[in-house]
Write a protein that binds this ligand. Structure first.
Ligand code: NAP
Length: 270
């Protein structure tokens, strides 16, 4: 298990939420869930398929949680059932973490122009973008007294990143969807934000060709000269999901050791 260190407190005491996208102990959603639990949050977790249930259950039990709900985001019946279960269990919802994305392996390499199929594009957009819109709509019915929703994005939405391809296009869509959802849900007191995390060693990253060089460039070209830390991403999530993030909505918060502001890397020597 990764050696992360999350500050304890009561910023999330009494708050109940949904976390989507824990696949294993390296998942960004898992780091976020641990930080939220350390601050008193109660959470339900969605998973896809029985194998995932078996892998994720021990993790969530280790932080004192037990609610796992099956939800493939491409399946409307499963999503209906998942939110019905959530409504029955919690009644109202205070926060949602959406940490879900997918693109086919063949699309995450080489040329975007040549490797993106109609089917692959639709699937990437469905899982990585529409699912967020769908979750916002479903969650809004349980957030009549306000709430906070976040998703996870990456700089490949703003800049050209090797192999990121159709996922960069999807992340641009996700960030735009974040702003529109922030408008649509703002008057009911729901804040909607995105965290743009630097490269982190997860299953999703490993699906991208050249993921090792994405990690090393993310570290070596960053202002801090270090990998993006889970503590930073989870801390940003806590900030956005808790009352200390009041008044922040429609934002894309970069947590990437400063990589996103670099134009040209410093020369190693003159
Ligand atoms: P991860 O552990 O592989 O998590 C991705 C999650 O998406 C998995 O739980 C996966 O479930 C889920 N998912 C995919 N298709 C789904 C579907 N149809 N229905 C329900 N769930 C589905 O990787 P991660 O890096 O933590 O990714 C979480 C989020 O962070 C993603 O949005 C990713 O783009 C974003 N992000 C990652 C990085 C990075 O460097 N790792 C950087 C910035 C942003 P299955 O395993 O069952 O498919």
């Amino acid at each position: 298990m990764a050696d992360w260190n999350f500050p304890k407190g009561d910023l999330m005491a009494g708050k109940r939420g949904l976390v989507m996208g824990v696949a294993n102990q390296n998942s960004i959603a898992w780091g976020i869930a641990q930080q939220l639990a350390a601050q008193g949050a109660e959470m339900a977790f969605t998973y896809q398929g029985e194998a995932l249930e078996r892998r994720v259950r021990p993790l969530i039990e280790s932080i004192g949680m037990d609610t796992m709900i099956s939800a493939d985001v491409t399946n409307d019946d499963e999503m209906d059932a998942a939110f019905a279960t959530l409504k029955e269990k919690y009644g109202k919802l205070d926060f949602v973490v959406h940490a879900i994305a997918y693109a086919g392996k063949d699309e995450l390499k080489g040329s975007m122009v040549h490797n993106t199929t109609r089917e692959g594009f639709a699937r990437a957009m469905d899982i990585s973008v529409f699912s967020f819109i769908d979750v916002c709509r479903r969650a809004s019915e349980m957030m009549e007294e306000g709430g906070s929703i976040i998703n996870l994005t990456y700089l490949g939405s703003e800049r050209v990143i090797p192999s990121y391809n159709v996922m960069g296009v999807a992340k641009a869509g996700l960030e735009a969807a974040t702003r529109y959802a922030a408008r649509d849900m703002g008057k009911q007191g729901v804040r909607v934000n995105a965290i743009s995390a630097g490269p982190m060693r997860t299953l999703a990253l490993m699906g991208i060709k050249g993921s090792k060089s994405l990690m090393s460039a993310g570290r070596d070209m960053s202002l801090l000269g270090e990998d993006t830390k889970m503590e930073g991403v989870a801390g940003a999530a806590l900030y956005l999901l808790s009352p200390i993030g009041a008044s922040i909505t429609g934002e894309v918060l970069h947590v990437d050791a400063g990589f996103h502001v670099v134009g040209v890397p410093e020369p190693s020597e003159e």
